[in-house]
Design a binder for this molecule. Sequence first.
Ligand code: PLP
Length: 380
Amino acid sequence: MDETLLMLPGPTSVAPRVLKAMSDNIVNHRSAIFGEIFTETTELMSEVFKTQNQSYLLTGSGSSAMEAGLVNIVKPKEKILAIVGGKFGQRFTNIATSFGIEAKELNVEWGTAVTPDEVKVALEEDEDIKAVTIVHNETSTGVTAPVEEIGKVVANHDALYVVDTVSSLGGDRVDVDKFGIDVCVAGSQKCLAAPPGMAAITLSDDAWKAVDNVDSNTYYLDMKKYRKAGAGTPPETPYTPSVSLIYALFEALKIIKEEGLEARVVRHETAAEASRNAVKALGLELFPEESVSSATVTAVKMPEGVTDADLRGTMRNKYKVELAGGQDHLKGNIFRIGHMGNITYKELAITFSALGMTLKNLGFDIDMGAGVSAVNESYL
Ligand SMILES: *Cc1c(COP(=O)(O)O)cnc(C)c1O
């Protein structure tokens, strides 16, 4: 059993209850007994999304729901506005392009957040935009986008609002109906703290109207098939789902309900604040502006003269703490501390204790306990 502490922006470690649920025996996925588990799981998913609409489970990682969310509502040759401030924002462009959909990018500097005004201008400039894609919590840069305010802007236009909440749902405030989100997607392995391999998606009435007008050229992710199978007796998925992962997701969602969504978000916010304070106390610099910094992942500039292998290698090999590196042009320039899912004071105390020792090992003349002290202050 590997005892490395995962401080990643996914996958996150899961509760023993969730692991245990996964060991239950397999049942027929087209049976009343599975239909009941499936229905309760999708109902809990809708509660977490905060929507009156139905949620659908896809056997696939978060990207499968991103793909389903886009290609079922937009036709080839039609245009979307893709808000891009990092790797995951870019993924929507890449998905669009692979399906012959035109993606007009609204690029913001990585590490900053898009403003509602920028979205307003972009939408006013172009009447042909069918959908706006945005990432709520840009995991690659540790930045949160103002999705509620942007929702108000998008509501004044014909475009559908597609929001990736893969690394925020269950960790930051997501309110699908209130924010005017037409398509919302999530993955199991981030703040929901279930194992990797499941994705969830919910669509508004407007989005479903678009689905009915699009001859989707995806087979496995055709949402019309998920809607039809989901409305059956018993409710099903069109193809065999990962029965075991649905057991796990069901248990993880029950844990979320027991904790309470708001309490869970506050726990994530506390972890984020403690992390930012600890980073600064160790003399390191945050990558994004603090005002737009994520509640679920903290991105930190790599200190001068230190390589990614030095820092994350020491953390992993000597102290058994796994952090994430930077992606694309940020590789080697930042590292990221995930504090999503089941993270509490305990994991942060270990992480920042190890980070202090790592910096000391690498020759920094610092008070190696300063990070832990800052964490302690946040949890007094
Ligand atoms: C993790 C993540 C995804 C999906 O990645 P998968 O590896 O396909 O699960 C999408 N968007 C964001 C913001 C993410 O953090």
